[in-house]
Design a protein around this ligand. Structure first.
Ligand code: P6P
Length: 351
């Protein structure tokens, strides 16, 4: 006998409840989020059976704007989101990690109120090994007047996001989003094809016991980042005393790094902890993209009580100079990330 889910609230009804808080709402935002959740179901269907479907695994042999090998599922997911988001006129600009240029919707419709920037399948290099991958999206509102859409509508900071979220295609498929009223998680029940509310009002612990970073890059980090990671490991500063200002006792931290940002971020959001992608000699501004990765996850983590920094200040304050701008990313438990930001910004200003 299948146990009835704790809560039979679907994501559609959750967003409708949200809409009722805004009597003047037109319903465009509600239908946009529902289009995103529909696209997520389509991608989930193919990601979860990728091993069985002829010719969908593996790489296309092409490279994307980032110089990364494009997996077939990347392409597939990108096309699904483009089709689903562009069909009803609520969106005026779409930006994707997989495409060099943004797509401007048909301005004859002119009504598109929203800009959506997304990474259709983050972590996709892990697909062939059946490791969890994810989609990340951010939704901004148009600034310009009707039918005068321009790049200023696209290049907005994370502080202007009206909503953001991610879908993690893992042991189950989960849709996590915020529209500024808390962070809520929905788990896909494939038997009925619905995302059901499973994690209401997610709050992340102030300090965590997990740190996620690719330690192979240690030789390429700055001295201050090396010291931060050393203290995450040993819990002691160079004089052997306990980490000052750190909310969590350093010793006893566990290292967990999947190499799939959405999977690492989601685990740390629920359990507490920090994810770091510092600048390296290869990526002096960091590897991760501001608009389709760092800013949307920064909005999520801030609404869950956490914090996201580029090492000098809040990710949400960084104004993009282009769609694919990269930033260093330190994200997760507020106390830990603030401690890291202080360590990095004070040491680098002392240099
Ligand atoms: P590295 C995947 O390419 C990604 O963008 C994130 O999902 C992941 O956390 C990171 O890059 C992994 O990068 O350099 O450690 O392989």
């Amino acid at each position: 006998m299948t146990l009835a889910p704790k809560n039979l609230q679907t994501i559609e009804s959750h967003v409708l409840d949200l809409q009722r808080l805004h009597p003047s709402a037109s319903g465009d935002f509600t239908s946009l989020l529902n289009d995103i959740s529909f696209a997520a179901k389509v991608v989930s269907r193919d990601v979860t059976k990728a091993g069985l479907v002829e010719d969908i695994l593996g790489s296309t042999g092409e490279q994307n704007i980032q110089g990364e090998v494009v997996q077939k599922l990347d392409n597939f997911a990108n096309n699904v989101f483009l089709k689903c988001l562009g069909r009803r006129g609520q969106v005026c600009i779409m930006g994707s990690e997989e495409m060099e240029d943004p797509v401007f919707a048909d301005t004859s419709q002119g009504t598109g109120k929203y800009i959506v920037v997304f990474d259709p399948l983050d972590g996709s290099s892990n697909i062939d090994a059946n490791v969890s991958v994810g989609t990340i999206f951010g939704i901004w509102k148009r600034i310009s007047k009707l039918a005068q859409i321009n790049e200023d509508d696209l290049l907005q900071p994370g502080s202007e996001l009206v909503a953001s979220g991610y879908i993690i295609y893992g042991s189950s498929t989960m849709f996590v989003y915020t529209a500024g009223n808390g962070v809520h998680g929905f788990t896909l029940d494939p038997s009925i094809g619905e995302f059901l509310l499973s994690h209401e009002n997610i709050m992340t612990p102030f300090g965590g016991k997990i740190y996620s970073v690719n330690e192979a890059y240690e030789p390429r980090w700055s001295p201050e980042v090396k010291e931060v990671v050393r203290q995450l490991k040993y819990g002691r500063d160079t004089k052997g005393t306990t980490r000052k200002d750190a909310p969590t006792e350093g010793a006893g931290m566990s290292s967990r790094y999947i190499g799939s940002l959405v999977a690492d971020f989601h685990r740390n959001l629920l359990y507490g902890g920090v994810y770091l992608y510092p600048p390296t000699t290869e990526h002096p501004r960091g590897k991760l993209r501001l608009m389709c990765e760092a800013a949307p996850l920064a909005m999520i983590v801030e609404n869950a009580g956490g914090y996201a920094s580029d090492g000098t200040g809040s990710i949400l304050d960084v104004v993009p100079d282009n769609l694919h701008m990269r930033v260093p990313l330190y994200i997760g438990s507020r106390g830990d990330v603030l401690w890291m930001e202080k360590m990095i910004s004070e040491s680098s200003s002392a240099l």
